[in-house]
Ligand binder design. Structure first.
Ligand code: PLP
Length: 394
């Protein structure tokens, strides 16, 4: 049967795999050989499920947005990942990976972060487990993201500045990889999205798949069927989308809609719409679609939402795009901001700007009145308040 899941080597169609320097091979190989076995151990499952429930606050509600549904004349459900502890879906993955690290006997965690959200989610679970945590972050990002730097410090993490190159996310990633090569025995590297070499995309997707696992039984309870007509999510690296799509990937009746950040417009030169602008290439150890110049240099992405300005996209999503299984829509900064304000006023929920991109498709894409559309609300908007204030002159 044709599947949109990863194969044993971590390929989704032609995308994925593990294109890594030889020095990193022992690290990813140890993880590759063990991750599925560990995730299937009853003791692992039990501890993971318990923490999802008692620490993160799962299951998150599947909320029928009545006023929004009437406005757009279709049935809209919001999957409330914004109600997770720390305010977004990212912690589903970091909880899973810290338990994985413990099972592998690791006592030191490293991570990289751009805007700081993944750094905070990682520092959180390290505090929970009493494990040493080092977060690499570009010097420029440290200056731009002071509140998240403060959060990480309060949580006991060490924030190490990346001082080379453009001093942003990709330089922090290089530093983290260098650290991991030098500390292969005691250290686990927690990657924050469905990106990187195999087995990361598949492992992270499996941890996030709790999102669609819950949607299935919640929708059954509310509508008498497990399958919506459409499931919609924003895509940066693609982890919240992978979680929302996971159990629907191989069910063709369920439409999959991935929403990317068009920034100031696809043709403006300031965008992060990877499917529209990207070409096949290799980034962070994975073959995927990425934004690059004609001679293969990675282009700086831009979006008003820090979580979506990644120049690539996870290999699962590259394959959903290339195969036509997924519908890809890109949304500008302006449209996303307005959708965020609309949800606030109509439903009393202030969304993260990333999630606002997913909501914004309602203005662009017609659905039938009887369609059930599930939109993954990946995070809450508190972190974005300054952006909203500036944009709307609040
Ligand atoms: C980080 C983040 C994203 C983007 O990351 P994905 O891996 O694509 O999910 C989306 N929404 C929120 C709220 C985030 O914090």
């Amino acid at each position: 049967m044709k599947t949109y899941q990863a194969d044993e080597k971590g390929y989704y169609g032609e995308f994925g795999g593990a294109y890594i320097p030889e020095m990193l091979y022992p690290n990813t190989e140890e993880l590759r050989q063990n991750y599925i076995r560990i995730m299937e151990e009853p003791s692992f499952k039990k501890e993971f499920d318990q923490l999802l429930k008692d620490y993160i606050g799962r299951p998150t509600p599947l909320y029928f947005a009545d006023r929004l549904s009437r406005k757009y004349n279709t049935k809209i459900y919001l999957k409330r990942e914004d109600l997770c502890h720390t305010g977004a879906h990212k912690v589903n993955n970091t909880i899973g990976q810290i338990l994985m690290a413990k099972k592998l006997g690791k006592n030191r965690i490293i991570a990289e972060t751009g805007a700081g959200q993944h750094g905070v989610a990682t520092a959180t679970v390290c505090a929970l487990m009493g494990i040493e945590c080092i977060v690499y972050m570009g010097e420029i990002d440290i200056a731009r993201q002071a509140p998240n730097v403060a959060r990480m410090k309060m949580l006991g993490a060490e924030v190490r500045p990346a001082l080379s190159g453009s001093r942003t996310l990709k330089d922090a990633t290089n530093e983290a990889i260098r650290d991991w090569i030098n500390n292969p025995v005691d250290t686990h590297y927690i990657i924050g999205s469905v990106v990187g070499p195999h087995p990361y995309p598949d492992m992270v997707a499996r941890f996030q798949s709790v999102i669609s696992e819950e949607i299935k039984w919640q929708l059954k309870e509310k509508e008498g069927r497990e399958n919506p007509d459409y499931v919609v999510a924003c895509v940066g690296g693609g982890s919240n989308a992978a979680g929302a799509f996971y159990h629907y990937l191989d069910i063709p009746e369920v439409g999959i809609i991935a929403v990317e950040a068009a920034g100031k417009g696809i043709d403006s030169g300031e965008s992060a719409a990877t499917s529209a602008l990207g070409k096949v290439g290799i980034i962070h150890g994975s073959k995927t679609l990425l934004m690059q110049t004609n001679d293969g240099q990675i282009t700086e992405p831009y979006s008003i939402s820090a979580g979506l300005d990644y120049p690539g996209v996870g290999p699962m999503h590259a394959n959903l795009f290339a195969s036509g299984r997924g519908e890809f829509i890109s949304i500008t900064d302006d449209d996303a901001m307005n959708a965020g304000l609309l949800l606030s006023k109509m439903e009393g929920i202030i969304p993260a700007i990333e999630s606002s991109h997913a909501l914004a498709i309602l203005e662009h894409r017609k659905f039938k009145p009887e369609d059930i559309v599930v939109i993954n609300l990946s995070g809450r908007g508190d972190k974005d308040l300054n952006n909203y204030i500036e944009y709307f002159n609040l």
